[in-house]
Design a protein around this ligand. Structure first.
Ligand SMILES: [Zn+2]
Length: 284
């Protein structure tokens, strides 16, 4: 367990990373730099002052509006800051003030960024995946030196996992394309699975795809389609038409990264237990 002061510090650190994650989510899909220029209000051009840039707190003090023109500031900002703060806190509560907690926290932050960007823009920016890949691979050597590899894969398994993850998702995408007779998956999913495979190793990389394949239809059929259909079906009462018109996720490539990202975190934290349970259950 960690002390209260450490917990507050870790949460605040996470919230700051969440603030930076917001910038990445907004700018990378547009091909913009995340370093400069400083953030401005998209409507009036008011430059966000340092005091207006405190994670969560500033949004609450400004009551979600720009101090220049009173334009609404998206609730995405404080929510992501809060989520990342909580992710970091959870990681350090689970693993203690150790290098492993830092790795889990950063990895989970990158996965959250990928999930949101893929859901909003149907793409996975290289900024996330290139950083993620180098972070996971380089820290695997540090972790090995510190004797803290678990629950991540060691350097050798990380390398094999990277290749297996990218290869396996490519095969899934290829067969999906043959079956659906249209592009089924973007290349971003391949880059994401390279990162995931490097983090969790080959076996749990395959498990990640399996978990995502279970998550995706449950979330799509259980949450996304009913929600998007309801608004339209109220007018015409034609559910089929509404589903067709809900567009977005239906007509385009499935943003599979939205599901691969949380699946990867599950595989990292509980993958070994799930595989052990499955082997016992199936008698293999
Ligand atoms: Zn403004």
């Amino acid at each position: 367990m960690i002390a209260t002061l450490e917990a507050i510090y870790v949460f605040a650190m996470g919230a700051c990373f969440g603030s930076f994650l917001n910038v990445c989510i907004d700018r990378w899909p547009e091909g913009l730099s995340v370093v400069k220029p400083r953030s401005r209000c998209p409507k009036c051009g008011h430059q966000i002052k340092a005091t207006e840039n405190i994670p969560i707190v500033s949004w609450l003090l400004l009551r979600g509006r720009c101090s220049g023109c009173r334009e609404r500031i998206s609730i995405q900002y404080p929510i992501v800051e809060l989520l990342v703060g909580l992710l970091w806190l959870a990681a350090f509560l689970q693993f203690g003030m150790l290098f492993t907690a830092f790795r889990v926290a950063v990895f989970a932050t990158v996965l959250l960024g990928i999930s949101i960007t893929d859901a909003k823009h149907f793409l996975i920016p290289d900024g996330f995946t290139v950083f993620g890949l180098f972070f996971v691979l380089l820290t695997s050597f540090v972790a090995l030196y510190l004797g803290q590899s678990e629950p991540f894969a060691g350097p050798w398994d990380a390398f094999i996992g990277m290749c297996v993850g990218a290869g396996a998702i490519s095969i899934v995408g290829w067969l999906g394309e043959v079956w659906l007779k249209r592009p089924a998956m973007g290349f971003g999913d391949v880059t994401l699975m390279a990162v995931v495979g490097a983090a969790v190793g080959p076996t749990r990389a395959l498990l990640t795809i399996f978990i995502a394949a279970i998550l995706a239809p449950i979330v799509l059929l259980g949450v996304v389609y009913p929600l998007s259909a309801r608004g339209l079906a109220d007018d015409k009462g034609q559910t089929e038409l509404a589903l067709e018109a809900s567009g977005g996720w239906r007509k385009r490539e499935l943003p599979f990264g939205v599901f691969l990202a949380p699946a990867a975190l599950i595989a990292l934290l509980c993958g070994d237990a799930i595989i052990a349970w499955y082997l016992r259950f199936s008698g293999l």
